[in-house]
Design a protein around this ligand. Structure first.
Ligand code: CA
Ligand code: CA
Ligand code: CA
Ligand code: CA
Length: 470
């Protein structure tokens, strides 16, 4: 019906025009009206692809038809605000696009903008799709080793490019970060009924030099230091260790730190120490000279409220603590370890999401939170990272960290220490930049740096990757 009426109306208009024309001719000498101008149509394509970081023109529109000069402008599209267009048809991003921190409405790095070409009364529109493609930004990732069995953590030893890698069953290896060559640490024996949770290595300026193992049994979590005549150890927690994560770390100044999680959240807020307890706590090395017996490492319980700590790092005199969430948010906190009575908030909060009411005041505010989940801007939990101060321009001065799901994130390091809370919308997802030469980064166990600041990634399937300037 509608088509019928439209055609009828058009037919009627033509008939009337013909009739009028006839009358004018008959009246003598008025020229016929000029033919309508040809319609405007675009001759430039509806899509373009440009590499990230592009400044300047990313697309030049062209069109034919109409009369006079054709002028272009932006008239719509979900990402119209990201662009500027000249009347001559040159389209530019207002800010150089960043593939790793996409700003388009639906987050797929394809920017939608609708442009118009107009000449007099004639116009046409074109829905444009501008795709931003990734640049590696100077990042080269080389697989240097394979074959570690169920690795649980690694750490710098303090010697040049050397790292120590620990395997869950209890063995440890020194690895040359330059060549990937490995040497078994022979004085570390596996112990039935224990599982390695993490490993660290006391550097030359540490009181406790050499390897330190963080072990768990069914009902205890403790540090173990071999190779000192016999051994010394330190209990951290006693109780149900199921699903408990923990981390041990030597800061650059040689001081030892440890953190133990409390996935059930039942005693993370308790002030009880080791027996029973210790879960959900943060520990700092006490003064070893104040103790008569050096068979036990003096550790001071200096913080509480941890759920699933996986890694520690330091940035000048501040510590970075990575605490995974289980359903809502993961959190990364930056703090001065000399602060008394640190409270990281679990189980009152997971990240910034309240879990239980009644939280006390004075909780450590995370520097960074991001959502738990399997979406592109979610993760399974942070597993370490560093403030990168090496030679790769794309990440120089960035805090670079990894998620267990294989995602690598970065954010300018000043945002880590500005005492403000930052969220995932500010994070650059660098996973594509970190594509390795061979192998695949699948499930990251830990990300750390050697004594020279070179970044490494330990993958759950036993691969080790080194990150260099391209
Ligand atoms: Ca980028
Ligand atoms: Ca899009
Ligand atoms: Ca990139
Ligand atoms: Ca892998």
């Amino acid at each position: 019906m509608r088509d019928f009426w439209r055609m009828s109306a058009a037919g009627l208009a033509i008939s009337m025009l013909a009739a009028c024309g006839g009358d004018d001719s008959a009246a003598g000498g008025t020229p016929p009206p000029p033919p309508p101008p040809p319609p405007v149509s675009f001759s430039s394509p509806a899509e373009a692809a440009v590499p990230e970081n592009t400044t300047g023109v990313v697309y030049t529109a062209s069109a034919d038809g109409g009369t006079g000069v054709i002028e272009f402008k932006i008239v719509g599209g979900a990402d119209a605000d990201a662009f500027t267009m000249t009347s001559a048809g040159a389209l530019s991003f207002n800010e150089a696009p960043n593939f790793d921190l996409e700003q388009d409405a639906d987050g797929d790095n394809v920017y939608a903008v609708t442009i118009e070409a107009r000449a007099g009364s004639q116009s046409a529109t074109l829905a444009l799709a501008i795709t931003v493609t990734n640049l590696r930004e100077g990042i080269a990732v080389t697989r240097i080793a394979t074959g570690f069995t169920d690795p649980v953590g690694f750490a710098r030893t303090g010697e040049a490019a050397q790292l120590i890698v620990g395997e869950r069953e209890g063995t440890a290896w020194l690895i040359d970060g330059k060549t990937g060559a490995r040497t078994a640490v022979t004085d570390i024996a596996t112990v039935a009924g224990t599982e390695l949770l993490d490993i660290a290595f006391g550097p030359a300026n540490a009181f406790y030099k050499g390897p330190i193992l963080l072990r768990k049994t069914a009902d205890s979590i403790y540090l173990f230091r071999p190779n000192v005549g016999s051994f010394i150890d330190a209990g951290l927690a006693t109780g149900n260790t199921t699903d408990v994560t923990a981390s041990v770390y030597f800061a650059a100044n040689g001081r030892l730190f440890a953190a133990v999680g409390d996935p059930r959240g039942t005693i993370a807020q308790s002030d009880d120490s080791f027996s029973p307890g210790g879960f959900g706590k943060f520990f700092v090395e006490g003064n070893p000279y104040a103790y008569a017996s050096l068979r036990s490492i003096p550790l001071i319980q200096a913080g509480k409220g941890l759920q699933a700590p996986t890694a520690l790092d330091n940035f000048s005199d501040q510590l970075i603590l990575f605490d995974g969430g289980s359903t809502k948010e993961h959190e990364i906190s930056v703090f001065t370890p000399t602060q008394p009575s640190l409270n990281f908030g679990w189980p009152f909060y997971e990240g910034t999401v309240e879990f239980q009411n009644g939280a006390p005041g004075g909780l450590v505010t995370p520097s960074l939170v991001y959502p738990h989940g399997d979406g592109p801007r979610e993760g399974l939990g942070p597993v370490g990272g560093i403030v990168y101060q090496g030679a790769i321009p794309g990440i120089a001065g960035h805090f670079v960290f990894a998620d267990r799901d294989g995602t690598i994130w970065s954010i300018p390091s000043e945002k880590l220490t500005d005492a403000k809370l930052h969220r995932v919308a500010e994070l650059e997802r660098r996973t594509a930049d970190f594509t390795p030469d061979i192998g695949a980064i699948d499930q990251i166990v830990e990300m750390t740096a050697d004594a020279q600041g070179t970044l490494y990634i330990l993958d759950a399937d036993g691969e080790v990757f080194r990150v260099d300037p391209a």
